[in-house]
Design a protein around this ligand. Structure first.
Ligand SMILES: *Cc1c(COP(=O)(O)O)cnc(C)c1O
Length: 344
């Protein structure tokens, strides 16, 4: 890996971060807080939240086995996806490389930040070779984006090729594990200590059933996390979110129950879907959704919309012609989808 100093934008490397009242004071003994121009009434919402979300990170440490200093928390993964562009990529000069098709936010954030976005098409089994991704890089490539299990294809990428990519690249490799709780594959979290150029993204939005609270996580070296913390908005995770996250993290086994039910429903729904006359092909999945090639994705999508059932039409996405992406819902919801499609 190139030194972080060379990878990070010079203005970010030398940035003196905003120092909030809550940053300057930290300790337990004080009981009179007249430092932050807060209103003393309307507790607990009158006080600024902890800018570093220490309690949430301490609970996450137990669930994820990652030390607090290696965790960044953001306003959804969205923030954890945008920040590395602002940290590493000089606009109009640097580029990033990503597999395709994949999650749309990597490109949107590249476009917003005026960073060239290079795409390497997946193969027929929606997997990739490290050599192809590395061949797309040049001396201005700062970040490689991988997503496993991948959205919208649903499959996990080859772990060997992911590791080869991390080990063969001098810059940053970001692996988005938004769907890892549904996967047969192990998270790459334990690779962090030996791979200082790795950033792993996870989220409360999927298996944790908490998309509304907007809590995304990045796991990385202490040095990278410190730079994330320097660049983020001071109070990027609000108090309501921190409190609800703590509530969820008290009972992490609840997530296992959701996952178990959703995986069983996934098997059932996919089997039934495969029998439908409209189904041409169904793709292997490791997530809480599956991709299916159908006879006419646009027509079927519109037909379902008319019946109040919304799936994701991926017809326009590379390699996904006539594909619908279907999220696993409750048994009742899945049955409603099936019965609508049987009447198509
Ligand atoms: C859903 C999803 C996320 C989650 O984004 P949040 O901002 O945390 O809700 C992240 N990455 C991928 C690939 C996703 O599909």
């Amino acid at each position: 890996m190139i030194s972080l100093e060379k990878l990070v934008r010079p203005n970010i490397w030398s940035l003196a971060p905003y120092s909030s009242a809550r940053d300057e004071y930290s300790g337990k003994e004080a009981h009179v807080f007249l430092d932050a121009n807060e209103n003393p009434y309307n507790t607990p919402y009158n006080r600024y939240p902890d800018p570093l979300q220490r309690e949430v990170k301490s609970a996450l440490k137990k669930v994820k086995g990652v030390p607090e200093e290696n965790i960044f928390l953001g306003n959804g993964s969205d923030e954890a996806i945008d920040l590395p562009y602002r940290i590493f990529c000089n606009p109009g000069q640097d580029n990033v490389v990503a597999i395709a098709p994949t999650y749309g936010m990597y490109k949107v954030c590249a476009d917003i930040n005026n960073v060239e976005y290079r795409q390497v098409l997946l193969n027929d089994s929606f997997d990739f070779k490290a050599a192809d991704v590395l061949a797309a890089c040049d001396e201005h490539t700062k970040i490689i984006w991988l997503c496993s299990p991948n959205n919208p294809t649903g499959n996990s990428l080859s772990r060997d090729e992911i590791l080869k990519t991390i080990e063969g690249f001098e810059g940053i490799v970001i692996v988005d594990e938004a769907y890892i709780d549904f996967s047969q594959q192990m998270s790459l979290r334990q690779e962090l200590p030996t791979h200082p150029n790795l950033i792993i993204l996870q989220t409360m939005s999927k298996a944790w059933g908490s998309a509304a609270i907007r809590l995304g996580m990045a796991f990385a070296s202490k040095e990278i996390i410190n730079i994330y913390n320097k660049v983020k908005y001071p109070y990027n995770v609000n108090q309501l979110t921190q409190l609800q996250a703590l509530e969820m993290l008290k009972d992490p086994f609840e997530v296992d129950k959701y996952v178990k039910i959703l995986l069983a429903e996934r098997t059932r729904l996919m089997q039934a879907f495969q029998e439908l006359p409209i189904c041409e092909q169904i793709y292997k999945t490791d997530a809480n959704f599956f991709l299916a090639r159908v006879t006419d994705a646009n027509a079927i999508y519109n037909y379902l919309v008319d019946r109040g059932v919304i799936v994701r039409n991926r017809h326009k996405v590379q390699l996904c012609q006539n594909c619908l992406r279907i999220t696993i819902g409750t048994r009742t919801e899945n049955n409603e989808l099936l019965s609508a499609l049987r009447q198509y």
